[in-house]
Design a protein around this ligand. Structure first.
Ligand SMILES: *Cc1c(COP(=O)(O)O)cnc(C)c1O
Length: 543
């Protein structure tokens, strides 16, 4: 075959540059075939096909084919890699903070991938850059920032949002760190229920993980403010700089919400007291909790959407903390968690977009942020290329749901989580651990018959004399989890998950917990009962 023939095949494998409706049909048909094949993997179970464990040894020896293949063959091959994937939208999936993405967000990703806008510069992204600015503006208003002053960018995940927040804080505390490096000790505070990405951030920014100070949490999984005050005062008194305080609004395992208002007011008082020439930066890691902002102006009294009283109380309980998000200097948002968008769609917002000047690549030169026709986020972002997928997915969902749609879907899954708790607590063999955290995640433990579950939670948590009991009950719950998991993989029951250490006891022993994370709008009361029934069945079979 001459290269001309092969070139012909190559050309057919691209979407056509000028309108060609016949080829368009081929393109759409190729996508449809892929979807058809994925559909062929679906059964009633929450898994595509069945779980096949991968041979990574073999995978490393994979070789590149010698010759050109066809779109049809490659499609079938690619689809085969989805076998065994959990179907996150399935009502029997309550595994983790992984949402099912909507069709609008998927189309956003497809469109951005099809024409490859690069958000570094509007010359290469045109109105997709504007879509990013609109998603930023809408989110800023949602959390209560002034859209005239605030700004932000989409970045590589929730970890990226924390990296941006802490980096800006570091520049405020240690001016010129960007140019000269970090030559003095600067500390970062986060609660011990905060996300481990803070560890990466402190390490990767060159501050050192030893300068990350983790503050213990209260029983409700929020930062203990008295301990925070003590640690922060000690740091300031010894002349160390505070690069950032990370307030977590929505912890990953328990949906604990830090008292952001309290943290900010402590911070403000220290600026005067210690005569600081900078204001320690407060970053809100709200990658999970941000979405609850849609309830900031919900009328809980008249309850226009008709949520049940327990749900209403849970939503109001979360809002009590979330409504203060605008007090933070920066906020991290993951649309790919509680915004029903595919990976990766994360946004970091700054209350003062001027803050972003601190990391602009040439400080002598004004970074022309947000001037039409000269929009170059690439002059200050860490990334060079940034895809348009995240913003178009986020914007797609904002436009699809509107505020009310988001209120409904969040309110509904919170309602299902509340129902689950009701059913779990209806049995004397089970306790719910994060009862005062009002998200869609429920942490619980089962106990063998004969255990007084009304007393055991406190005893295990507070009393070192119960160390052995706690450890043995950790093992018991691991066995419960193994049973429930094996059943789910065999197509019976629901896929839940577990956490080895949802938190530590007062005497520093990790507490294992079973975990249900409801994010599928397809869950209803029957699916919630299945989880409880499976756990009780496991309890029968485990001794
Ligand atoms: C998931 C999570 C992160 C990390 O976000 P990625 O998008 O996975 O990078 C950070 N903080 C919290 C609280 C999280 O739950």
């Amino acid at each position: 075959m001459s290269y001309r023939d092969i070139l012909q095949q190559i050309r057919l494998a691209f979407p056509q540059p000028v309108s060609d409706s016949i080829h368009d049909s081929y393109f759409v048909h190729s996508i449809m075939r892929a979807l058809d094949q994925v559909d062929g993997l679906k059964t009633q179970l929450p898994i595509l096909g069945s779980v096949i464990s991968g041979d990574f040894e073999q995978a490393r020896k994979a070789t590149m084919p010698d010759r050109m293949s066809s779109v049809e063959h490659v499609t079938a091959d690619l689809v085969s890699y989805l076998r065994g994937m959990t179907i996150f939208g399935h009502p029997h999936t309550q595994q983790n903070v992984v949402p099912p993405p909507t069709i609008s967000s998927l189309i956003g990703v497809l469109l951005a991938s099809l024409h490859n806008p690069n958000l570094a510069w509007d010359e290469y992204s045109r109105l997709v850059a504007l879509a990013e600015a609109e998603a930023v503006g809408m989110t800023a208003q949602l959390v209560g920032y002034d859209p005239e002053r605030s700004g932000g960018v989409f970045t590589f995940g929730g970890t990226g949002t924390t990296l941006y927040g802490v980096k800006i804080g570091l520049e405020k505390a240690c001016p010129q760190a960007m140019r000269k490096g970090v030559s003095e000790d600067a500390v970062v505070f986060v609660s011990d229920a905060g996300h481990y990405c803070a560890h990466n951030v402190a390490g990767w920014l060159g501050m050192g993980t030893e300068n990350l100070v983790t503050i213990p949490t209260t029983d409700d999984n929020e930062m203990d403010l008295a301990r925070f005050e003590q640690e922060a005062r000690a740091a300031l008194a010894s002349g160390r700089k505070i690069a950032a305080v990370i307030a977590t609004l929505g912890t990953t395992d328990a949906f604990g919400l830090d008292d952001l208002q309290g943290i900010v007011s402590l911070r403000d008082s220290w600026v005067e007291e210690f005569k600081l020439d900078y204001r320690p930066h407060v970053h809100a890691d709200a990658v999970i909790g941000w979405a609850w902002s849609v309830f900031n102006d919900y009328d809980f009294g008249s309850n226009p959407l008709g949520f049940r009283p327990r749900t209403l109380r849970a939503l109001a309980g979360a809002c009590r903390r979330i409504r203060h998000l605008s007090l933070a200097d920066s906020v991290g948002v993951d649309f790919h968690k509680t915004g029903f968008a595919p990976y990766v769609s994360s946004l970091v917002l700054f209350r003062e977009r001027e803050d972003l000047r601190l990391v602009a690549r040439s400080p002598e030169q004004m970074p022309y942020l947000y001037h039409f026709g000269d929009h170059r986020p690439g002059t200050f972002t860490l990334e060079t290329t940034r895809a348009g997928t995240g913003p178009l997915a986020a914007l797609g969902n904002y436009r699809l749901f509107g505020k009310q749609g988001l209120q409904v879907i969040l309110g509904y899954i919170v309602e299902m989580a509340q129902l689950l708790r009701e059913h779990l607590e209806g049995h004397e063999g089970i306790t719910v651990l994060n009862r005062e955290n009002f998200g869609t995640v429920t942490l619980f433990r089962a106990y063998p018959a004969g255990v007084d579950t009304f007393a055991i939670k406190r005893q295990e948590f507070n009393d070192p004399a119960y160390r052995d009991v706690l450890i043995s009950n950790n093992e018991y719950n691991r066995a419960i989890f193994r049973y429930v998991h094996a059943e789910a993989m065999a197509g019976r029951g629901a896929v839940i998950s577990s956490t080895d250490c949802y938190r530590r006891t007062t005497y520093q022993e990790p507490i294992f917990a079973l975990k249900s994370y409801i994010l599928s709008p397809f869950v209803d009361e029957g699916h919630v009962e299945v989880v409880v029934a499976k756990v009780l069945e496991a309890r029968e079979k485990t001794s």
